[in-house]
Every structure is written in C-alpha cells, then in structure tokens.
Design a protein around this ligand. Structure first.
Ligand code: AMP
Ligand code: GLY
Length: 423
C-alpha cells in the first residue's frame, strides 16, 4: 500500500524509517518532510493543516493510509475531514477525530475527562476573565509553587510554574485579561503542584483495545541539570529505569485502562496514539497531560525498540483488530541526543551546513529541523537532528551517541551533555 506521513520533524523521520522497512509499503510519502525523509521517501511540499492540498496528494498518489505526526491537524479535525469526504472516507487515518483530540487541545476537557473516569491527576479549577477574582482566591488556598495552564494549544509554552503568590496572580491576570497566549489562555486551569519524576507512557488504540509501547523519559530544559527554558525536548531514554513492574502495572490499571474505557463510554472514537505525560509521586503514577500523538524526541527511542512491523500495527488499528497483534520489543535500551541551533529555544539562525553525516557508525541520525539545499544538508529549525543509539544499558547507548556526535558539525551547534544524569 502507499502511505503518507504528515509532519516534518524527527518524529516523522522515525515513522518513515520504520515504515520503509516494511515490504507492505509500496510508496512512502512524507509531507512536508525534511532532509532525512527525502532520502527514504518522497517529500510532498504541503502544509499539514492544508486539508485540500492533503486530499489532492492522497488522490494523486493513490494513498491508502495516512499517519498524522503532529497535533495541530488532529485538533483541527483532519480525521473528520477524511470521514466526511466521499473520495477519502475509505482511507485509513492514524490519529483521533477532533472530539477526542480535545484531550490535547483543551486542558480543561482533559481534566474533566480524568475526573469523570477517576484517573489520578492533580486537583484543579478553571477560570476565565469573568471570574479572575475567584482565581486569585483559589491561588490563596494553594501552597507554592503555583501551576497555571493555558487551556488551549500554546506551542508547548502555555504552562507557568511560579513560586510567588503575587507573581502567580499577576500571570493569571496576564493570561486571562491580557491574552498572554492569545485565545489559548482565554481559559486557565490552576492546578495543584505535583512533586516527583516525570516519564511518558505511549499507548496504541483502535478505540476498543490497546497496546502499551515502551516508556520513555525526555529532557525538556535547554540547560544541563534540567535548567533554563523549556524546549520541545533535548534527548530521551527508553526504557525508564525507575518504572518498575509494580509501577507499570499501576500505570496500566489506574490510567491506561480507564482512559481507553473512558473514550468508549464518552463515545469518542479513537484510532491512534495516546501519549500520557505522567509524574511518579511517591510510588504512584499521576497524569500531567494527554497528547494525542507520539512525543518528539521520545519517538526516536520508542520506535527503534519496536520489533513488530509498524504497518501491521497501523492496519490492525484501522481495522479494529489491534487485540490480535503481538507487540515485540527489543530488550536493548535506546537513547537519543538532540542537536539544536545555538540560541534555541529563543532566536537562532538557519541555513547552516551540517557535515560529518557520512562518518556516523552504529548510531541512527534522525533529521528534524534540517533540509536539502544545493546538494547539502542545512539547518532549518531549532531542533536539528536526533542521534539515537542502542546499548545493553542506557549508559552504553548514551556513550555511543556522544561518540558519534563528535563527527557532526554545524555552526553554533549545541546539545546537552548530561542526558540520563538523573536516572
Ligand atoms: P504540560 O504542558 O501540561 O505537560 O506541562 C508542562 C510541564 O509542566 C510538565 O512537563 C511538567 O514538568 C510541569 N507540570 C505541569 N503540571 C504540573 C503539576 N501539576 N505539577 C508539577 N509540574 C507540572
Ligand atoms: N517531548 C514532548 C512532546 O513531544 O510533547
């Protein structure tokens, strides 16, 4: 079958890399893709939220399966668009419909879902500009630090954690009254602060049954020792050493099962990935957030550990037969280190030539913000490439990635040298 992957990051290169290994895939397309995907698939120059352009590409290239990488098209209803179109309704789409994508699209929707289905999460209340005074009063009942979350999508920037009550009140007002995050902060969820270590759980579902993929931990801050600004993610490790069997069993029973059952009870069709951001508080998992897609750079360590053909899994998800598929996982650890443009996540330059790719041995380089230009590979984004390695231990895998990175170069290249430091 012909397959289209929507997106252009390291996650989508990893999807393409895995799909390209399957003889069930005849022609593979990635839209818009990057310099990594152009080497193994055909890039199509279109925007992931231009549904009309996607339709034309699907018809022109006889595509039968579409894998949606990022959240934006899902929250905007790309899956519904396919179902409602006579020419597209038989094309399989991996990614939930708009109603369920609200689990990521609206923090309040996600909190209400968790409350309804008894899924452990932080206590919360939500506010709009009409009851901002009540928001201040609610903050006064909490202990520092204070967690403020813009309800809508804010490109990963919509969560503020503040130590000072007056500052928290001021930011609440900035979000609600001054539209700090535009329309995304017209509503704000104020949450109890949870103290613990974070990890990510990835679930595949066809809406009835589910399969759990290996856990991963990502490193979100730009600076070593988890300091400085938040980024999309600077590295990842899988499996997560502190996720013991006992913890994983709690995670499945208290969180994964009620989530998939909750989707059914609420009549929310879901064929896709559920990425559950968890925090381990004491010995117990609590949900920080839902995402309706895979994580990036977590995909760059989770999919390399998946031995089962991804195309087999996607077909089963689309056909509602996921229960019949066995998921085989590589016992080895996988780690990835993200190379970023100097200045990221603030302003940075683009168009820098990347050299040394041919010298990589025993690691896999997934391209992210990188593109082809005049026969060269040049930077085109903040997060540029993810260098993934396997190892019998995560320490061995990390060492391999760092050794290989020595070969790679671009002007102002930066990466964290302490991935895995806290494990
Ligand atoms: P989110 O976008 O909801 O994942 O939040 C971004 C980051 O803020 C998370 O990865 C956590 O590090 C932190 N965070 C969010 N909610 C809480 C909470 N209730 N307690 C502690 N940290 C939180
Ligand atoms: N790495 C976190 C995310 O993809 O949201």
């Amino acid at each position: 079958m012909n397959i289209l992957v929507l997106g252009s990051g390291g996650r989508e290169h990893t999807f393409a890399w895995k799909i390209a290994q399957s003889n069930q895939c005849t022609n593979l397309y990635v839209a818009p893709g990057n310099s990594g995907t152009s080497a193994i698939a055909t890039n199509l120059d279109l925007s992931v939220t231009d549904f009309k352009a996607i339709k034309d590409a699907v018809i022109a290239n006889d595509i039968e399966l579409v894998v949606v990488g990022p959240e934006d098209p899902l929250v905007q209803g790309v899956h519904d668009f396919f179902l409602e179109d006579q020419d597209l309704k038989n094309v399989a789409v991996i990614g939930p419909q708009k109603a369920a994508a609200e689990l990521e699209g609206s923090k309040e929707f996600a909190k209400e879902f968790m409350m309804r289905h008894n899924i452990p999460t932080a206590a919360y209340q939500s506010f709009t500009k009409d009851n901002v005074e009540e928001g201040y009063k609610f903050l006064e009942t909490l202990n520092a630090p204070y967690v403020l979350k813009a309800d809508g999508l804010a490109a990963g920037k919509g969560v503020l954690i503040l130590n000072d009550l007056d500052e928290a009140k001021e930011e609440l007002s900035n979000m609600l009254v001054n539209a700090k995050f535009g329309n995304a902060s017209a509503k704000v969820v104020i949450e109890e602060f949870l103290d613990g270590i974070e990890l990510s759980c990835f679930v595949l579902t066809d809406g009835k049954d589910y399969k759990i993929l290996p856990t991963a931990k990502d490193y979100k801050r730009i600076g070593e020792g988890d300091t400085g600004l938040n980024t999309g993610g600077m590295g990842a490790v899988s499996p997560v050493p502190f996720a013991t069997d006992e913890f994983l069993s709690k995670m499945e029973n208290q969180i994964v099962k009620p989530t998939v059952e909750g989707l059914q009870k609420d009549n929310l069709p879901y064929v896709g990935f559920i990425f559950i951001g968890l925090i381990k508080v004491g010995d117990d998992p609590k949900v920080i957030e839902y995402n309706v897609r895979m994580g990036d750079p977590e995909t760059e360590v989770v999919l390399p550990r998946l031995k089962t053909e991804l195309v087999t899994i996607f077909k089963a998800m689309a056909n509602g037969t996921l229960a019949d598929v066995a998921i085989d996982i590589d016992e080895r650890a996988a780690t990835t280190i993200m190379l970023v443009s100097g200045g990221y996540p603030e302003a940075y330059e683009k168009g820098k030539e990347i050299t040394g790719l041919e010298k990589i041995e025993d690691s896999i380089v997934f391209h992210a913000g990188a593109k082809d230009k005049d026969g060269k590979v040049v930077t085109s984004g903040g997060r540029v490439m993810a260098v993934t390695s396997y190892g019998d231990t995560y320490q061995e895998a990390i060492k391999k990635s760092y050794q290989n990175i020595e070969n790679l170069h671009f002007d102002k290249m930066y990466y964290r040298k302490d991935i895995g430091f806290d494990l």
